[in-house]
Design a protein around this ligand. Structure first.
Ligand code: NG1
Ligand code: ZN
Length: 527
């Protein structure tokens, strides 16, 4: 380590004294103007992590669905996953060290993690379309290079594309080529193959309106659309040419307001979807003939995908296991439908995709989605082996195995990916001949309400049982239990947010009025 150079460069990316940030569920996120030192230091940390794992590490500069003025950064581990928990702690320590202590913290981390500093480091960097992102990603690169690391700057990328590149690079190209061209070709080829197998063609399945949240999704979809245009034509809205990133549009807006985005004209029964600001979440929606808005969220996406995959397994005649992973925010109707109608086992984990991803890895086929539309499916090597052996199977089974092979290629197994998920959904709808209304009608969501509550210190609330029960403060869970008893088909829980300084309240009941009341009463109990 060239300590002189580190000190010199660190001074150019000096930390405002007293600023404390936390590496949360989605890395660091705050106003862009407070992040320069964090970016430089995350460049240093990524280089250390790369030396330690002898692998390529990713750094993504984005604040996803946050307002345009914010920014953020997260590190991507070798298999495209979120950073290991012990390194999240290192990230927090390093970001918060005052200028004069920074070097010592850096040395402490490398000693604790037994990093061989002579080892080479390689870091790939991607960024979203925020005005602040380019300069901030340059600060990341400064951090990498000052530790002697090499880098590749992909420039503008969706978050899941960066995860994909990291995964490809660390699996010797077996998963795919670590270029945008490689990504576009792999996904589009699989999609077009699948669409060819759909018996019901017709324009109804061939066009889709996409709200791109005025973000990176628009750019990347534009680059990609001609690769898959044989199978689907996409009409882009909120493509960044006029509006502000995530402002009154995007998946987070649509999901939390249960309203369509601004800037999109929707006729009744038209199939529409929204990406979030870094294109790792997707939700669908439509207006029915009576002018009612219908939201199809991550739970219904998981249901469509897992039902389809389960049917394929049955057709192939394989006893491979399949599981769905959700969080406490999954609508009760989705869990009930999956367990009782589809007979698919469902598991609940803590909020945050790393928890879902981890659990999903336990199955031959693990489908995970957060209700907000962030998710994907993971496939074990056992599934790939079975597909390889399918050559000897009879025609019908072989066809199903081929379909499974293509759908596996269409998923981004490194991370939830709006573009990939969109193509998976479009392929399944076409193959099954389902309209958006038929998909929506699989089950009816229980009315629900989410609220944010501002409290002095949200850490006084701690939870257990995948965040569905409060442990502290004493008496809170009992109070919630008493309130829940007053309503039918009801459920409620509270948890401190990992990305905002709020406590989140969730309630579900047999009517919207009851769900609203229950959520309100629970939020009063939080004080
Ligand atoms: P928090 O703020 O911890 O609730 C939110 C989302 C998560 C996840 C993260 C990361 C909800 C209720 N929570 O976490 O699902 O997406 O942001 O972006 O949607
Ligand atoms: Zn996002």
């Amino acid at each position: 380590m060239d300590l002189g150079a580190i000190t010199k460069y660190s001074a150019l990316h000096a930390k405002p004294s007293g600023l404390i940030l936390q590496y949360g569920t989605a890395g660091f996120r705050t106003k862009a103007e407070h992040l320069d030192h964090v970016m430089f230091r995350m460049g240093l940390l990524a280089a250390l992590r790369s030396k330690q794992t002898k692998s390529t590490i990713g750094v993504m500069v984005t604040a996803s669905h946050n307002p345009e003025e914010d920014n953020g950064v997260k590190l991507v581990d070798p298999l495209g996953e979120m950073l290991a928990p012990s390194w999240e702690e290192h990230a927090t320590c390093l970001a918060n060290a005052e200028e004069q202590d920074m070097q010592r913290v850096l040395i402490d981390i490398s000693e604790k993690e037994a990093v061989n500093l002579q080892q080479d480091a390689f870091v790939v960097v991607g960024r979203d379309t925020r005005p602040s992102s380019e300069k901030l990603s340059q600060s990341v690169i400064d951090g990498v290079t000052v530790l002697g690391g090499q880098f590749h700057d992909y420039g503008l990328l969706t978050t899941p594309q960066l995860h994909y590149m990291v995964y490809c690079r660390n699996t010797g190209g077996r998963y795919g080529k670590a270029t945008l061209e490689g990504y576009y070709q792999k996904l589009s080829k699989a999609f077009v193959e699948l669409i060819k197998q759909a018996s019901c063609s017709g324009d109804e399945y061939r066009s889709l309106k996409v709200d791109c949240a005025n973000g990176i999704g628009a750019l990347k979809l534009r680059e990609m659309e001609h690769y898959f245009s044989q199978g689907l034509s996409v009409q882009l809205f909120n493509d960044g040419s006029k509006g502000k990133l995530n402002h009154l549009c995007g998946a987070d807006f649509v999901k939390s307001h249960q309203k369509p985005p601004h800037g999109m004209e929707i006729k009744s029964n038209e199939r529409c979807c929204s990406f979030d600001g870094d294109a790792d979440r997707i939700v669908y929606y439509y207006y029915d003939a009576d002018g009612h808005f219908h939201l199809i969220d991550g739970d219904k996406i998981a249901t469509l995908i897992s039902s389809f995959l389960k049917e394929l397994l049955v057709e192939i005649g394989e006893s491979l296991n399949i599981g769905v992973v959700q969080t406490a925010y999954a609508n009760g109707s989705s869990t009930q439908y999956l367990e009782e109608v589809m007979k698919v086992p469902v598991y609940c984990t803590k909020t945050g995709v790393k928890h879902l991803h981890h659990k999903a890895q336990e199955f031959d086929i693990g489908v995970y989605f957060e209700a907000n539309g962030h998710g994907t499916a993971l496939f074990s090597t056992a599934v790939e082996m079975k597909i390889k052996q399918s050559e000897q199977l009879e025609e019908k089974k072989r066809k199903a195995a081929k379909m499974l092979e293509n759908i596996i290629d269409l998923f981004n197994q490194a991370a939830g990916d709006a573009i990939s998920d969109m193509l998976v959904i479009e392929a399944i709808l076409a193959l099954k001949g389902l309209t958006v209304q038929q998909w929506d009608a699989l089950y009816t969501d229980l009315p629900n309400r989410q609220l944010k509550v501002q409290v002095a210190d949200r850490r006084v609330i701690s939870t257990t049982n995948a965040e569905r029960q409060a442990v502290t403060p004493p008496g809170l869970q009992e109070a919630i239990n008493d309130l829940v008893k007053k309503y039918k088909l009801s459920r409620a829980f509270v948890r401190p947010s990992g990305t905002e300084d709020v406590v989140r309240v969730y309630a579900e009941a047999d009517s919207q009025e009851s769900a609203d009341h229950l959520a309100h009463e629970v939020s009063l109990a939080v004080f």
